[in-house]
Design a protein around this ligand. Structure first.
Ligand SMILES: [Zn+2]
Length: 433
């Protein structure tokens, strides 16, 4: 009954939201954010106390430092509104975890779900039971079962305390000071790439040890998943889907699209905008196989992991096509897709926001909505250009590591002068909305 009611609410929600122009999720949840941060910091203190009593020597002094830094870093993210509270996504995640818990009593009871305004399909479970699910999972994965499989994998890490083990091994190899202290203070790292991400990437990084952890989390996660009657093969399908993810979509942006959206009544399109920097010094052929690799692969070596699962669990050997999404999942998938631009805007990735808006516009999707975001992002690019800090929001052309389409886009952006940027920003912010 409750499930039916939730579904009905979602349906109403979507009818209201998509009949008119989509309105991004409200993140002005001040009271909830404050309450969450207070509890989180209190729990983190308890955790640190506990670690101090459990470990002595180097681990006893270093582990509390790491968790303290991570706690502060996480608190900053909460204050920065990087998460949504009680959004439409929560109910789905909670119901999937409940379903997993039914036949798996080893799943901790105290999990707290947070949905991150982040387009990368990833999840992370903290030591204190805070479970972060990136919105990108909803737009990238195809159904409930695939989402449950990612949750199961993370629970596998949590149950075996992989994060703590990884920290301990880093401490023993004298790698912590450099990481924890320098990375937080360094301005060289992306503004949003804070201590937590650096450490997490470190934990997930390539290497025999972490490959072993990934495989452990896979097999333990798969058992949890299987016990709960999800469609078994979706565990493999989810891994394949994640392998295909790129932070910058490899979809090609056509020259006609630039001409269509930047030929304005008061500012005719100028072919010179499409001129490319001369990179003839580079030998392109050497880099061809590296093109379209703009990604930050969340979990490396997926093929190895899939083969490992097939070896241990023979029932996974036969591949099965992706299951169709349930209606409730399809609604969330659509909402997450519509949040792509608000999320880029929130993380101040304005260049990427423009590139992505143009891709959606090229496909003829929600024209009014994406033109509006085009205007907002161009407004920010104008401010940045005026203040000489465009570098912070727009990548430089890098033929070694970018697809040709993305390089063309960056050339176009860097070729525009201040007035031209202003005209585009004004046109889309005021004339079109
Ligand atoms: Zn993992």
């Amino acid at each position: 009954m409750i499930r039916k009611f939730t579904f009905f609410l979602l349906l109403m929600f979507s009818a209201i939201f998509f009949a008119q122009i989509y309105k991004p999720l409200d993140t002005s949840d001040y009271a909830q954010r404050k309450e969450f941060a207070r509890n989180y910091m209190a729990n983190n203190e308890l955790l640190i106390k506990d670690l101090k009593s459990k470990y002595s020597g180097k681990a006893g002094s270093e582990l509390p430092k790491i968790y303290k830094e991570l706690g502060k870093d996480f608190d900053d993210k909460v204050k920065n509104k990087d998460f949504t509270f009680n959004s439409v996504f929560d109910a789905k995640v909670k119901s999937l975890i409940e379903r997993l818990r039914k036949n798996n009593p080893q799943i901790p009871q105290n999990l707290k779900i947070l949905i991150a305004k982040n387009n990368t399909p990833n999840a992370f479970c903290f030591a204190d039971g805070t479970f972060v699910i990136n919105m990108g999972l909803f737009s990238w994965l195809n159904n409930d079962d695939q989402l449950a499989s990612v949750i199961s994998h993370e629970l596998g890490h949590k149950i075996t305390e992989h994060t703590l083990k990884a920290f301990l091994s880093m401490i023993n190899q004298n790698q912590t000071d450099k990481l924890v202290v320098q990375n937080i203070k360094s301005n060289k790292v992306n503004r949003n790439q804070r201590a937590f991400d650096v450490l997490r990437d470190r934990i997930y990084q390539k290497g025999a040890k972490n490959r072993k952890q990934e495989m452990e989390a896979d097999s333990l996660g798969y058992v949890v998943f299987k016990n709960s009657n999800f469609k078994k093969n979706e565990f493999i399908n989810a891994l394949k889907r994640l392998e295909d993810f790129d932070t910058i979509s490899p979809r090609q942006l056509n020259v006609e699209t630039y001409k269509k959206f930047f030929n304005l009544p008061k500012q005719e399109f100028n072919d010179k905008w499409l001129a490319k920097e001369d990179f003839s010094l580079y030998n392109y052929n050497n880099f061809n196989n590296k093109l379209n690799k703009d990604s930050l692969k969340s979990h490396p070596e997926v093929t190895l992991r899939i083969n490992n699962l097939k070896k241990i669990f023979p029932e996974l050997k036969n591949e099965v096509a992706d299951e169709k999404a349930s209606e409730s999942y399809a609604i969330l998938e659509k909402i997450a897709r519509m949040e792509t631009l608000p999320n880029f805007y929130h993380s101040e990735d304005y260049g990427l926001g423009i590139y992505t808006s143009l891709q959606f516009l090229q496909d003829g999707e929600e024209e009014k909505y994406y033109k509006n975001w085009l205007g907002k992002c161009f407004g920010k690019i104008y401010e940045a250009r005026k203040n000489y800090n465009l570098n912070r929001y727009l990548d430089r052309v890098d033929p070694k590591n970018q697809s040709e389409s993305y390089q063309q886009f960056l050339n176009f952006m860097w070729n525009l002068n201040l007035d031209e940027i202003k005209n585009i920003a004004d046109y889309y912010q005021y004339k079109e909305s």
